[in-house]
Design a protein around this ligand. Structure first.
Ligand SMILES: C[S@@+](CC[C@H](N)C(=O)[O-])C[C@H]1O[C@@H](n2cnc3c(N)ncnc32)[C@H](O)[C@@H]1O
Length: 235
């Protein structure tokens, strides 16, 4: 991001955080259930093209993949358009989002798992690819580090983790959002382990460090998506 664009972006972000200072944190599942109707239109207005580009990064030879935070399946719409017989397990906290996916793709080889992906049993050497799009920016660094280790172990040799996500444009944004998140959790008396919807993205550098620390043999950062960073981590 250009310096001037970044300054303007941070100024707007600070103004928005100040306007919404008193707003309560919403529980994660309730947040997505209550926005289900406009959800796909909203997401496609920002990441429409990115879903297609993301799907193109999935190696053609994949047979079994795991999607973490699959939601209503926007990335899977594109992935199955290219390969309708691909077998997918999708994990999501929100049953309403999964129901929408199941309505759209009743004919696909899909297993829906309604649970927290931090609690999911990934098993070892099982998946050709693990993918996640616009879900992990809600979680703290240490939690993600452990998850990335489990993802790595669950991939077959040569398997790939494709992470498409919102990243902070600089350390100032990362620290600003994390500070507000902690302050809001405290003010709302949010219990430890309770998931709320608030974005706490890491910078690209910090996300890359976490993936490397999880033991992936290579971590590539692609700038091919327009509105998200794409990390390609290989076992
Ligand atoms: C912004 S949506 C993205 C959904 C989909 N990947 C897409 O791009 O349309 C984030 C999704 O992550 C899910 N999610 C958030 N935290 C989760 C967790 N700990 N375990 C499982 N799913 C989670 C939410 O329920 C929601 O469906």
């Amino acid at each position: 991001m250009l310096k001037e664009t970044q300054e303007k972006y941070l100024m707007d972000l600070k103004a928005w955080l100040s306007e919404t200072k008193e707003e309560e944190l919403e529980e994660m599942t309730a947040f997505f259930s209550s926005r289900l109707e406009g959800y796909e239109t909203h997401m496609k207005s920002i990441w429409g093209e990115d879903y297609r580009l993301f799907s193109e990064k999935l190696p053609k030879e994949c047979r079994h993949i795991l999607d973490l935070g699959c939601g209503t399946g926007l990335e899977l719409d594109e992935i199955w358009r290219r390969n309708p017989s691909l077998s997918v397990t999708g994990v999501d906290l929100c049953q309403d989002m999964l129901n929408r996916l199941l309505e759209k793709h009743a004919d696909k080889p899909f297993t829906a798992v309604c649970m927290d992906y931090f609690q999911y049993n990934f098993e070892k050497n099982k998946w050709d690819a693990v993918i996640s799009f616009e879900s992990l920016h809600h979680f703290e660094r240490e939690k993600k580090k452990q998850l990335y280790g489990k993802i790595r172990d669950s991939l077959k040799e040569g398997g790939v983790f494709l992470l498409g996500d919102y990243t902070a444009c600089c350390i100032e944004e990362e620290e600003l959002l994390y500070g507000v998140y902690l302050e809001k959790r405290k003010r709302c008396h949010t219990e430890e382990g309770h998931f709320v919807h608030f974005d706490i993205p890491l910078t690209e550098e910090h996300e890359t460090e976490l993936l490397k620390a999880a033991g992936f043999s290579s971590v590539e950062l692609s700038d091919e998506l327009a509105e998200a960073a794409l990390f390609i981590a290989r076992k």
